[in-house]
Design a binder for this molecule. Structure first.
Ligand code: AVJ
Length: 320
């Protein structure tokens, strides 16, 4: 049994896009929200990133999930797994298999901004887990929590290090909203990247094959097609840098020459100086104590914090 619900009306999604893009492109410095990376092309490019030799997060998190999935099922005894930003749900299958094997898990609720990613995932899952009730939700993860489905014992999973895409204030609000949506005794399963040597970190966001550069530039194509824009995508180069003070990776797009851009749907003219940079993503990395404190401030007790042997990534099971 499987369904997909589109929770945000198209008009609400478009209004949000229009507002975000206008805000970001009229700010100094300019920025765009990373959630607009994920059209069909962007979601596919992200899947390619996850198998790059330099991009360690996905494979590291998968190994942690494989190692601890049964522990997670036993600790939570969850009947429902809700996953925020589920994408292809590829790693989640490990959790689903463990939950089904344990006997407790009945329902999986994947949520993603990408309709195509979600539909593809659900089709796969219904074949692999025919007994599981799968209810997909298309929405923005920051908007999902207000109408979370009821369940007996729920776990919310937020994997892949996506928490790092939020700036600290947004993060605090978001973790608070997750805590607010859960009853006491329910769980959050969180995957986050840890602060490591920038010589390992930066190449993960600036790979030799140039896939991340393509992924980054694709956001300009997304804006062009959704808002009637005329960004010259090839006039921008990919930049990835480690902000040591904030402890986050920043991706930017740098105009290689002066650019005049027009977004017809917003009737907005945007000028870029030669060399001007547009911030497209932050990807914060964490320290075990820091994320434990942030979770405690939101009302969670960290029951387990598992890391790989190189301490590059952490899988955290926190109880409300
Ligand atoms: C999917 C948000 C976790 O920040 O590592 C990958 C996205 N950006 N390469 C990340 C991303 C550039 C990714 N997240």
């Amino acid at each position: 049994m499987s369904t997909v619900e589109v929770h945000l009306a198209d008009t609400a999604l478009v209004d949000e896009l229009r507002k975000d893009v206008r805000d970001g492109l009229t700010s100094d410095p300019k920025w765009l929200s990373p959630k607009y990376f994920y059209d069909a092309v962007g979601s596919e490019l992200f899947e390619q990133i996850t198998v790059l030799p330099e991009y360690y997060p996905t494979r590291t998190e998968r190994a942690l999930l494989e190692e601890h999935a049964l522990d997670i099922a036993e600790a939570t005894e969850s009947t429902m797994l809700i996953e925020l930003g589920s994408g292809s749900s590829e790693k989640t299958k490990i959790l689903l298999a463990a939950g089904v094997k344990h006997g407790s898990l009945k329902t999986y609720v994947p949520q993603d901004v990408s309709v195509t990613a979600l539909e593809g995932a659900i089709e796969q899952l219904s074949l692999e887990f025919p007994a599981l009730d799968v209810r997909g939700i298309v929405s923005d993860f920051t908007d999902t929590l207000s109408n979370l489905p009821d369940g007996l014992r729920r776990t919310i999973a937020f994997l892949g290090g996506t928490l790092g895409n939020l700036i600290p204030e947004e993060r605090e609000e978001f973790l608070g909203a997750i805590a607010g949506a859960l009853d006491s005794g329910e769980y959050l399963l969180l995957g986050v990247g840890l602060v490591i040597d920038p010589d390992v970190l930066v190449p993960a966001y600036d790979d030799a094959a140039g896939v991340t550069a393509q992924f980054n530039r694709n956001v300009l194509s997304v804006i062009n097609s959704r808002l009637g824009g005329n960004f010259d995508v090839d006039a921008f180069e990919h930049v990835a840098l480690w902000n040591a003070e904030q402890e986050w990776i920043e991706m930017r797009l740098r105009a290689t020459s002066a650019q005049e851009v027009y977004l017809a749907d917003l009737d907005l003219h945007v000028h870029f100086d030669e060399g001007e940079e547009l911030r497209t993503e932050i990807s914060a990395k964490f320290r075990p104590q820091g994320i434990t404190d942030e979770l405690a401030a939101a009302g969670f007790d960290v029951e387990h914090l598992w890391t790989d042997t190189d301490s590059r990534f952490a899988l955290i099971l926190a109880r409300k």
